[in-house]
Design a binder for this molecule. Structure first.
Ligand SMILES: *Cc1c(COP(=O)(O)O)cnc(C)c1O
Length: 484
């Protein structure tokens, strides 16, 4: 490594020299025994050219201006169904920024990170207590990765019994990640029909000796509680299968009912939904999973365990399906979720669930005479309408775009797939009665506009910086490079 500019390592070496104090005791440059780097010559440069010359104030103004074009939970109502866009209390941020937690390196010796390990351990315990599971791991970095961790745990359990079952049953209301996960874990997906909720007969009709698991969401994506869940779990178990629960909708159960008590074998939590850590724009999240006792040995490793007063990462888990991540989960998200649980307390968490359910039912009651409600059962924390009753050739997309003109983030649209033109509204518990009323007023005005002047909807949005986007072209021919 003699030629400056041919290898990133040379630059790093230079940096090390520049920032080191050569006289300092114990300092020595690490010797890097790596082959000569082979970066193409045209990528190696000694000078960076073409960067804009800007003052600090120019940069601050640019980004501050852009930030005001954004829309988030801190700027307004965000009823994006299934995503649980609740307010993220700022006390969570205070906790996550404490230097003792924020500045630790993941490779720091465990003797020096006892506080962080204790936090993870107690978070695992709190989640296990709330959900009725024997153990929880915080490893998965998203809900979807929690699903994968859960299905690999189920797979490892089956393999330990010498079983080679190949199918997973998934109801038609499921989130797209469920079939994707089952396929990624090596299973064939068998879709099963539900009529709002899953019937025992439908599960029984598909349950054979080749079914490894049923993946069910409870409450499901229609916001309906799966009322047959206990007999369904019993049946699947009797036929040698396991039941996975997608816990993305745990905000409807927290403090009230425990999936572990219903017979569920594995469930993921979305800390960034139920436990108020910020999300949107792609992350970061955290998707811990809880499991019943028979599955504990198969969980990914390491697990944070407690020996007397000490906490440690337990890697000695011979039946584990292996590691999911290089390190130990999205720790910043875990801190925020733990701060949320501790600041809410058991009674506060239960109250949050009650308010989330009340708010969704309030919206349902205010809109159901105008917007079509395909499933009449009383819903839990979210409510799904359709565009069937809309006049003027207006559809769900038009309502969503018109809501932007009224200052709201649109609800989830065209999901779940079992409802044609679905409008899925999840208000969450953190909204006031006034906000819910203003939103419902806007929804009712929009329905009226659809019959009086439908072009107001067809041409929406007109207020924001960008008008209606060509989403089809954007999806099919994405421009992923900056064209300045
Ligand atoms: C959000 C969600 C998921 C996926 O969770 P991510 O954390 O986004 O990976 C899975 N299922 C349902 C029902 C969801 O709402």
């Amino acid at each position: 490594m003699t030629q400056a500019g041919t290898s990133g390592l040379v630059l790093n070496e230079k940096l090390l020299f520049e920032h080191s104090e050569p006289g300092r005791k114990g300092y020595s440059l690490p010797t890097l025994d790596v082959p000569e780097a082979t970066l193409p010559a045209e990528l190696c440069r000694d000078e960076i050219t073409g960067f804009p010359e800007l003052s600090e104030v120019d940069v601050v103004r640019h980004f501050t201006r852009l930030s005001t074009w954004n829309y988030g939970v801190d700027s307004g109502f965000y009823p994006l169904g299934s995503c649980t866009m609740k307010y993220n209390p700022k006390v969570n941020e205070v906790a996550a920024r404490m230097p003792g937690l924020a500045d630790i390196h993941p490779a720091t010796p465990q003797a020096l990170t006892q506080g962080a390990l204790a936090l993870i351990y107690h978070l695992q315990e709190d989640l296990a207590e709330m959900s009725g599971f024997s153990a929880v791991t915080i490893q998965p970095a998203a809900g979807a990765q929690g699903e994968l961790a859960g299905m690999l745990t189920i797979r490892a359990w089956h393999e330990a019994q010498g079983s080679t079952r190949s199918k997973v049953l998934i109801p038609d209301t499921a989130h797209g990640t469920n079939p994707a996960t089952a396929a990624l874990a090596g299973y064939d997906v068998v879709p099963i029909a539900s009529d709002g909720v899953l019937s025992l007969a439908e599960v029984e009709a598909h349950m054979d000796d080749d079914v490894a698991a049923l993946m069910v969401t409870n409450p499901n994506t229609l916001g309906l509680f799966e009322t047959n869940i206990e007999p369904i779990c019993k049946l699947v178990h009797e036929r040698g299968g396991l039941v996975y629960c997608d816990g993305a909708n745990f905000n409807a159960l927290m403090g009230i009912a425990r999936p572990g008590d219903m017979g569920i074998d594995v469930m993921h939590f979305n800390l960034h939904k139920t436990f108020s850590t910020p999300h949107g724009g792609g992350g970061p999240g955290a998707g811990p999973i809880g499991v019943a006792e028979h599955l504990v040995p198969f969980l990914p490793k390491p697990l944070v365990v407690r020996d007397g007063e000490a906490y440690r990462l337990d890697d000695d888990r011979p039946q584990s399906f292996g590691r999911l991540l290089a390190f130990n989960g999205n720790f910043g998200v875990l801190i925020r979720a733990y701060a949320y649980i501790r600041s809410m307390g058991a009674a506060g968490l239960k109250r949050a669930t009650e308010m989330a359910v009340l708010n969704a039912n309030y919206i349902r009651a205010r809109l159901e005479d105008v917007y079509d409600l395909p499933y009449k059962n009383r819903s839990l924390h979210e409510v799904v309408f359709s565009d069937k009753n809309l006049a003027g050739g207006c559809h769900t997309l038009d309502v969503a775009k018109r809501l932007i003109d009224y200052g709201y983030h649109p609800p989830t649209i065209y999901f779940p797939l079992v409802v044609k033109g679905a409008i899925m509204i999840e208000p969450t518990e953190t909204e006031s009665r006034e906000i819910l009323d203003e939103f419902c007023d806007a929804m009712l005005v929009i329905a009226q506009e659809a019959s009086d002047n439908p072009d107001l909807l067809h041409n929406a949005p007109t207020v924001p910086k960008v008008r209606r986007l060509d989403e089809t072209t954007a999806a099919r021919k994405p421009k992923l490079k900056w064209e300045g």
